[in-house]
Design a protein around this ligand. Structure first.
Ligand SMILES: *Cc1c(COP(=O)(O)O)cnc(C)c1O
Length: 373
């Protein structure tokens, strides 16, 4: 049985008619830039997240970049974030000439250790960028407290966490800005790149909106130096259709995760300490990824791939050890939990259409590996 890490064709097959109609409408209108679908998607995402404002942008990376630009982050500033995330989180900080300051992760959630954030604040700190990794909210309470005390901006990297919720609040509605990605592998994925910035404060949203089109308002009057960070109308049209299914897909991901938990428990792999399943400590983990920790991970990956089972390592090298950040002066051992995670974690297929038989086959293949080695 071949099981991909993600099966976008299965999802598309279920909604093909609606998607084709929505795309055709845009093509017939020939309004490819700032068409009405962009505003409609902004309204829909804002409502979904429970936040008053949302601004469509060109990618999750650009959502982070433009939020930081709106905050005025630049050379000499420090921004606190996680060393265990996709590169874009820290890359956006560095692109603005600011310094990423890493804080180690919590070994249970893989998110920033909120109790260590205060120690990393200096007079140069401008912002904190917590990441809701794999679809689970970071521990936002203590982060918001530090930010309020030290007058820092909080930018949520919610790229993997649309719809994640805890204590009545959703990803993107907790900090000053929320950054979302519609990269095809995210829970709400477009037909290419796309993203969204959410904000509670209207003036912050307005600043992002201005920066999205070269700081221009009205036409040919430039109040800020921005860029072209627009979301295509075609992407918005596709995403508007997909939004109708997002809760169903999220529930299916959560069901698949619960099923894996049971199957791993039954397999004896957990009791023998060979596999540790992920833990949801917040109310609604949306499982963009189902990530286990496992013994002898790298040969296990080879075994799974040889068996036709898709899997991926998120992430094999923590950001403080990346070549491009050598100048920051970090060394191996600085963030032991991020480094341990980079050695032990493995993401398994958890996409909504994954069947019970497929989940069973994944766990059986992992069991077989440990039986035969
Ligand atoms: C996907 C992702 C991004 C970047 O999003 P793009 O749309 O690919 O630019 C940033 N941060 C995290 C945590 C992500 O998972």
């Amino acid at each position: 049985m071949k099981i991909p890490l993600l099966d976008l064709k299965a999802q598309y097959a279920a909604i093909r008619g609606d998607i084709e109609a929505a795309m055709r409408e845009v093509v017939e209108s020939q309004v490819f830039i700032n068409g009405p679908q962009v505003g409609a998607l902004e309204t829909a995402v804002a409502a979904y997240c429970g936040v008053p404002h949302a601004v469509g942008v060109s990618s999750g990376t650009d959502a982070l970049l433009v939020s930081m630009m709106a905050t005025g982050i630049g050379p000499g500033d420090e921004v606190i974030t996680s060393p265990y995330t996709f590169f874009a989180t820290a890359g956006s900080i560095a692109r603005l000439g600011a310094r990423p300051v890493f804080v180690d992760i919590d070994p249970v959630t893989f998110n920033l250790r909120s109790d260590r954030v205060a120690d990393a604040v200096t007079p140069r700190t401008r912002a904190i960028v917590p990441v809701h990794l794999f679809g689970q909210l970071a521990d936002m309470g203590p982060i918001l407290d530090v930010a309020a005390r030290k007058n820092l901006v909080v930018i949520e990297d919610a790229c993997q966490a649309i719809g994640a919720e805890h204590a009545g609040r959703r990803a993107g509605a907790i900090g000053d800005y929320g950054c979302f990605s519609f990269f095809p592998s995210k829970n709400l994925g477009g037909f290419g790149d796309g993203g969204m910035v959410t904000a509670r404060d209207p003036s912050k949203a307005e600043r992002v909106r201005l920066l999205r089109t070269h700081g221009m308002h009205p036409k040919y009057v430039h109040r800020l130096v921005g860029g072209n960070f627009r979301l295509d109308t075609l992407q918005a049209a596709v995403l508007l259709v997909k939004m109708r299914y997002l809760d169903r897909w999220t529930e299916a991901r959560r069901r698949n995760a619960a099923r894996y938990d049971e199957l791993f428990e039954e397999s004896g792999l957990v009791a023998r300490g060979l596999v540790r399943t992920p833990r949801a400590v917040t109310e609604r983990h949306v499982f963009n990824q189902y990530v286990i920790r496992c013994e002898r991970r790298d040969p296990l990956v080879e075994h799974l791939r040889a068996s036709g089972i898709g899997c991926e390592i998120y992430y094999p090298i923590p950001l403080h050890l990346q070549e491009c950040f050598r100048d920051l002066g970090y060394a191996p051992g600085d963030f032991p939990e991020a480094e341990r995670a980079a050695h032990e974690t493995l993401a398994l297929p958890v996409y909504p259409e994954l069947s019970e038989d497929q989940a069973r086959a994944v766990v059986t293949a992992i069991s077989n590996y440990y039986e035969t080695t």
